[in-house]
Design a protein around this ligand. Structure first.
Ligand code: G3H
Length: 528
């Protein structure tokens, strides 16, 4: 790709050398080691990764300073942020989101370069995140309204609210470096927690345009942003023991390793969105046009780099030949190109070693008896490998077991519905399933079983997280806690309350507390 073939507004004309990090309310200049950030998208005719800029390679020292800052901002429960009035925290969040909206163009451009997400999906990621912030604010206000009252039971008055948990370490994934990181950070913040946040391995520079907004919207120490390797910065923070919540969207192995470092396992809460191997089950009476369209979206959007992607397709043996023929044609018709190219569906993979890994899965499956069904399957370029449909896939193949998180599509024929159900029950994962079929007598008992194996059954549609108001969670190694606009507020808080025996002495004190408005917690103010 020649530089002048890239639309002018998306060209990289200036490198972004992110030379500061956010610590205790200050953007600290870093003069130590730095790490270059490359895109796997080439800007020259002969393939060459494009240098985008650099970030600080912070060390354990800065990591522990960030932990000190977050702990001080929590201030043993006395900090400005955790004791602030709900309305004041909302004001800070609104200030942040208003500034964030002005950075849309820069962030969208970097999303394309850093992780290869196509233009419409990058725009959607940004807009969806802004909407998520507004929806979170509204839900938080509703939560506050619902608790603006007293209960009385067995002679005890209670004023029950949700309070923050403390210091939250936030680690997001590279496939949604903005949206999913913010899906953790925003509810954690609004509930009154203080945070340390480290961007994912890709999708780092796109946060640079937002650093000042973070700095000027929240009190010092409430948001601390670190750069560097997870092992170097996250491990010492966990080992210290002062972290109250590990909020991570990524891999269960890293989540387990980090969790194991924490010396106080009952202190540590976890909010985790982890890997999955969501299956599609295509029954023999399924509408194949619909099933194929949804399986294309499910397996190939963002090149399969979604935890919700369909990662294995079970197709009834009566329709599998027809399904395979039409599905292969549909996959081969998908357009590959750079993220800004018109109608492009498949885009460069941000991980330089991903094509080799996918090729290994293909080779392993072929040795064990599968074939590539589509003619373009496995075509490789410097930064891509075209999705290969592998058939028939069996349980001894790596592609059956491993979460491919990339462009390769295993298809398994089945004759009895018990086969996919048994596989799902035996799987380490339990996020979602897509079920394609029509006959309600067949669907009813299946739905009743599937809801007990996963957390969302998508009827005649591909798996997905959205709309963000719906619960997003999973069983087994797929998640801990539930995310959604509403549920995330619960996940990042705990019920805490003031109780007093019903007598004149206490009641007079309660009345004065309410009348004087002196407490931010004991308050029946109704937020409009
Ligand atoms: O990586 C997993 C994401 O949570 C998937 O979200 O369904 O909105 O693409 P999505």
């Amino acid at each position: 790709m020649k530089h002048n073939c890239i639309p002018q507004q998306f060209q990289i004309n200036e490198l972004i050398h992110q030379s500061t990090y956010l610590l205790n309310g200050e953007l600290i200049e870093w003069s130590g080691e730095t790490t270059d950030i490359y895109s796997t998208i080439s800007s020259t005719e002969d393939y060459k990764p494009t240098l985008l800029g650099s970030i600080p390679t912070l060390t354990e020292t800065e990591a522990l300073q960030a932990l000190d800052a977050a702990s001080e901002a929590y201030g043993k429960g006395q900090g400005l942020w955790p004791t602030m009035k709900v309305l004041d925290r909302v004001e800070c969040m609104l200030k942040f989101v208003e500034q964030m909206k002005t950075k849309r163009e820069e962030v969208v451009k970097l999303l394309m370069w850093e992780i290869g997400k196509n233009l419409p999906d990058s725009q959607k990621e940004f807009d969806r995140t802004v909407q998520y912030i507004y929806d979170t604010i509204e839900d938080y206000k509703q939560l506050d309204r619902d608790s603006a009252k007293f209960h009385k039971q067995s002679g005890v008055h209670a004023h029950i609210r949700r309070g923050p948990l403390g210091v939250v370490l936030c680690l997001g994934p590279y496939n949604y470096p903005l949206n999913e990181t913010f899906a953790l950070l925003i509810p954690a913040l609004i509930m009154g927690n203080t945070t340390i946040f480290k961007p994912a391995k890709f999708g780092v520079l796109l946060l640079s345009p937002l650093l000042e907004a973070f700095q000027n919207s929240f009190p010092k120490g409430v948001v601390n942003i670190l750069y560097g390797r997870g092992r170097t910065v996250a491990t010492p923070i966990m080992k210290d023991g002062r972290v109250d919540v590990l909020a991570l969207i990524g891999n269960s192995k890293s989540a387990n390793a980090l969790q194991d470092h924490h010396p106080k396992s009952n202190r540590l809460r976890m909010v985790l969105g982890l890997e999955a191997k969501n299956p599609a089950i295509v029954l023999k009476d399924a509408d194949l046009d619909l099933a194929i369209a949804e399986c294309i979206a499910g397996t190939t959007s963002f090149n399969g780099q979604r935890c919700t992607a369909l990662k294995v397709l079970y197709v009834h043996e009566d329709v599998v030949d027809e399904f395979n023929r039409r599905f292969s044609n549909a996959v081969d018709a998908l357009k590959f190109g750079n993220p800004w190219d018109k109608d492009v569906k498949l885009t460069p993979l941000p991980e330089p070693d991903k094509p080799v890994y996918i090729q290994e899965l293909i080779d392993d499956a072929k040795i064990k008896g599968a074939s590539i069904l589509n003619s373009r399957g496995g075509e490789t370029t410097d930064n891509y490998i075209f999705p290969a449909i592998l058939y028939p896939v069996t349980k001894d193949m790596r592609v059956y077991e491993e979460e491919q998180f990339g462009p390769v599509i295993p298809v398994i024929p089945f004759s009895k519905i018990g086969e996919p159900l048994d596989d799902m029950a035996a799987s380490n994962y339990g996020q979602q399933v897509s079920l394609f079929g029509k006959d309600t007598r067949t669907l009813a008992p299946l739905i009743d079983t599937l809801v007990n194996l996963v957390c969302r059954v998508n009827l005649n549609s591909s798996c997905q997280r959205g709309p963000d108001v719906y619960p997003f969670t999973g069983r087994k190694d797929s998640a801990v806690a539930t995310l959604s606009v509403h549920d995330a507020l619960r996940s990042f808080s705990i019920r805490t309350f003031v109780a007093s025996k019903d007598n004149d002495y206490n009641n007079a004190i309660l009345k004065e507390l309410l009348d004087s408005n002196a407490s931010n917690f004991v308050s029946t103010d109704y937020l409009l």
